[in-house]
Design a protein around this ligand. Structure first.
Ligand code: GLN
Length: 505
């Protein structure tokens, strides 16, 4: 195993820019690591060393030619398979898109390329990003590097597992209801949901368009900030993209000072249904914030309790409309087209064969919620709850600079445990969903291991709209204090990584 795997993305970027190591060498080290652990982890749906090494060679040539690229030039990144890529297939974890080659790159993809990042491959996910465990992928589940019998979170579970297993220093994800923060929490890494509209949805296969938000995964806060900055910012191709500068996330991650910061603990999150070890680490993190000079108060957000039911009306409603485009005519799979059947029959057979059970459940839920006669009672009510949640955040951010909570009520659960119980699965996103409904920013950073099972716990830090830098500032302060205490990152405490051939440096 090579030393290069130990390094942070920021260090790799510096070494590559200084030509002390080449992008090709760094890429090859990660491709070797992928080949070594993928049979066990299954984080990737597509890896193509030729294409990837060609990208790395091109970056090395640009640097050799004297071009000054960004701080992550030459650094490999694993890319969630829900962003379109012209040089790799894009499936969204669904059979309905098997083998599809998109005709254009997503904005996030093209910005990664422009910044000189090297795309290692496409990562596994719950079908169309619907799920919290990656078990809903049509291509088999991804396994958590901390314990291969457990889930790596979802929907961006391939991206979280790839980073936690040292297959990639960085990865991309999307967060519609928690799909970056929850997988980051349960794999012991950093995951950030930017402000809605701060990162482009162009070329992101749509799930729920008013919620979908691309964001970064990394093994430390600064690396996450660097990736965030690399692909964010206004995009004319996305009508909901914000006309504003990217908040100073990198500067904030370097600052890591929270003296005098006002921190609110969300009163509604905690108690029954939460794993004791999760709550214990969360309360210690709150004490840590206080010891670092923050002023901590309890804040009530009374509408947060209605966020989950509101989300499970709004997200399926939008998905039922977005997924109507998979009609057997324009993309991917076509079933039963033998010349005897009508277009409607072919469409129906294709959708029946191409979509998995969770996707069908969401489409039916959403179609019902939007149907005439029920629209006001379901979709309309849910939108009102959404407004109340935004008001709770507004009131809270009058009192405090950031809000904190556990990222998710439990640690990584065993594969299969919640697969037949959608409600239990949905509860994994209890604490993350309010932020999606209100569109503000939130990060998850590791805050320790639960006593019961020795598995990672995440601290969620929520900030106002366009206050993304605050998430990084607080996250970096927590990380610095905890890593001093632990003598390294939380991943150095993952015994299972040794079983995956990884030796900490
Ligand atoms: N787990 C949630 C869901 O199933 C969130 C998914 C996401 O953020 N993409 O909808």
């Amino acid at each position: 195993m090579t030393e290069l795997l130990h390094k942070t993305a920021a260090e790799l970027g510096r070494l590559i820019a200084a030509r002390e190591v080449s992008a090709v060498e760094v890429t090859q080290a990660h491709l070797d690591r992928i080949a070594e652990v993928e049979p066990k982890v299954n984080a990737f749906l597509h890896v193509d060393p030729e294409t990837t090494l060609a990208q790395a060679r091109a970056v090395d040539e640009r640097i050799a030619g004297g071009e000054r690229l960004g701080p992550l030039a030459g650094v490999p990144v694993a890319h969630k398979d829900v962003f379109t890529t012209t040089d790799m297939p894009t499936t969204a974890g669904s059979k309905i898109l098997e083998g599809w080659r998109p005709p254009y790159d997503a904005t996030v993809t093209s910005r990664l390329r422009e910044a000189g990042l090297v795309i290692l491959g496409k990562t596994n996910l719950d079908e169309f990003a619907m799920g919290s465990s990656t078990e809903n992928s049509a291509y088999g589940p991804t396994r958590n590097p901390w314990d291969l019998s457990r889930i790596p979170g979802g929907s961006s579970g391939g991206s979280s597992a790839a980073v936690a297993a040292y297959e990639a220093p960085l990865s991309t994800g999307t967060d519609t209801g928690g799909s970056i923060r929850q997988p980051a929490a349960v794999t012991g890494i950093v995951g950030m949901k930017p402000t809605y509209g701060g990162s482009s949805r162009y070329g992101l296969i749509a799930f729920a368009s008013s919620l979908d938000t691309p964001g970064p995964f990394a093994r430390n806060v600064l690396d996450a900030a660097l990736l965030h900055e690399a692909f964010s910012g206004h995009d004319v191709m996305d009508s909901t993209s914000i006309h504003a500068h990217v908040p100073p996330v990198v500067e904030a991650a370097r600052q890591a000072d929270i003296a005098g910061l006002r921190v609110g603990v969300v009163k509604e999150f905690g108690g029954e249904g939460y794993q004791p070890g999760v709550l214990a680490r969360f309360h210690e993190a709150v004490e840590l914030l206080e010891s670092l000079g923050a002023k901590v108060v309890e804040v009530s957000c009374p509408s947060f309790g209605y966020a989950l039911p509101a989300y499970y009306l709004i997200a399926p409603s939008e998905c039922s409309s977005n997924l109507a485009r998979f009609d057997a005519m324009r993309y991917g799979l076509r079933v039963g087209d033998d010349g005897t059947r009508s277009a409607e029959e072919v469409m129906s057979m294709t959708r029946a064969a191409g979509f998995g059970p969770e996707v069908k459940r969401r489409i039916m839920l959403g179609t019902y919620a939007l149907s005439s006669g029920y629209y006001d009672a379901y979709y309309g009510q849910a939108q009102k709850v959404r407004t109340l949640i935004s008001r709770d955040f507004d009131a809270a951010f009058h009192q405090v600079d950031v809000l904190v909570s556990p990222t998710t009520p439990t640690t990584a659960f065993p594969i299969g445990e919640r697969a037949d119980d959608p409600m239990a699965m949905y509860l994994a996103d209890l604490c993350t969903i309010p932020t999606n409904l209100a569109g503000n920013a939130a990060i998850s950073v590791p805050c320790g291991l639960a006593d019961e099972d020795g598995l990672p716990v995440g601290l969620q830090i929520m900030a106002p709209v366009l206050g993304d830098d605050r998430c990084y500032r607080v996250g970096a302060a927590v990380e610095k204090a905890l890593e001093d205490r632990w003598g390294g990152s939380l991943l150095t405490k993952a015994p299972a990584l040794e079983g995956l051939g990884y030796q900490h440096g």
